[in-house]
Each structure stands twice: as C-alpha cells, then as structure tokens.
Design a protein around this ligand. Structure first.
Ligand code: X6L
Ligand code: MG
Ligand code: MG
Length: 164
C-alpha cells in the first residue's frame, strides 16, 4: 500500500460543497482508501491575485494506484466537478494536485512529485503540516514545518555546508 498527499483547492461557487464532493469522490474511487483530511483554510489567491479567495485543504490517502493512475483519478474528479480550463491559474471549481507519493521523486512530462512549488505555498504547507507535522521533504530531508517557519520569517535556505 502507498501513501499519498493531495492538495485540494476551489474558488468558485459553493466552495465547501466542492471540497466535500472531491473528498467523497476520492473515498469512492477503487484503489483509494482511508482518506484523512486537514482542516479547511481560506486563502488569498496566489499567481493570479485578481480572483476570489480559495478554500484549500490537504488529504492523506492510502492507495494501490500508481502515481499516474492517481493523477488520472484526480483529473477525472476535477472534470466531474465541472472544472473548465480557460485562464491559466484562474478560477476553478476543484483542483486536485498530487503533493507527495511515498518518498518517490517523479519527473515526467505530465507529473512531477514532490509537487515542484509546494514549499513556496503557505496554502499547501499549513494544511499539510497540520495533518502531518513530522512529514519530511524527500528531496531535502527537511520537515515541511521547517520550510514553513523559514518562509514566514522571510528566511530562505541559500546553501548547505553539509560535508564541509
Ligand atoms: C509568480 C508567478 C509568483 C506565479 C507566483 C503561484 C502561480 C502559485 C501559480 C506564481 C504562482 C500558483 C491556488 C492559488 C492557484 C490555490 C490559492 C498556483 C496555481 N491555485 N491560490 N493559486 N490557492 N490561495 O489553490 O498555485 S493557481
Ligand atoms: Mg494547484
Ligand atoms: Mg492542478
């Protein structure tokens, strides 16, 4: 069995209902079980700032699906929830992103895991660290909690001196 973390975001219509529907859809997907949820956070839009505030959450799930099967399931759920891709980074009914899949590092055309920009996004890190306080970035070996603390302090790791 594999463990994955997903980020879910929405800023259109009945946002709470979209989150509820997305979690329900995950729970009823074959090959996905024990979906655990963070709290729901209201977050200022990032990227395109001239749009409605988001609701964001993170879920942890156990799955027999491969990362690419999980991606296909996420995209299926997004389309079931009426997602229409028009403006890049624009308003959406439901966005399901794979953050982590075990400690795997996947770099492909269609999927990057860990999610390449998750550490820059408080709307991901805050619900993630609530759900998994000791969760570690498989690339850097640092806890996401530390990444968040550095971000909030305006302090960014510039260079390690490991091995010096
Ligand atoms: C410069 C250029 C700085 C681009 C930031 C950041 C782009 C985040 C896209 C960026 C940049 C994103 C959500 C969101 C989006 C969400 C909140 C994205 C993709 N999704 N804002 N913006 N929650 N609060 O789920 O994350 S668009
Ligand atoms: Mg996203
Ligand atoms: Mg997405």
């Amino acid at each position: 069995m594999n463990t994955a973390y997903l980020s879910i975001g929405t800023n259109m219509g009945d946002r709470e209902d979209y989150l509820t529907q997305a979690v329900h859809a995950l729970r009823t997907t074959a090959g996905i079980e024990s979906v655990e949820t963070s709290s729901i956070y209201e977050t200022a839009p990032v990227g395109v700032t001239d749009q409605a505030d988001f609701l964001n959450m993170v879920v942890r799930l156990s799955t027999t699906l491969t990362p690419f099967e999980l991606l296909a399931s996420c995209q299926w759920i997004e389309s079931e929830l009426g997602r229409v891709r028009t403006i890049r980074w624009g308003p959406r009914t439901a966005d399901l992103d794979i953050l982590l899949y075990n400690n795997d590092n996947i770099e492909s055309e269609t999927l990057s895991v860990p999610h390449p920009r998750m550490k820059e996004r408080a709307f991901v890190l805050i619900p993630l660290t609530e759900l998994a306080p000791t969760c570690v970035d498989p690339i850097t070996g640092r806890q996401f909690q530390e990444e968040l603390a550095m971000q909030e302090a305006g302090v960014v790791l510039w260079k390690t001196t490991e091995g010096n």
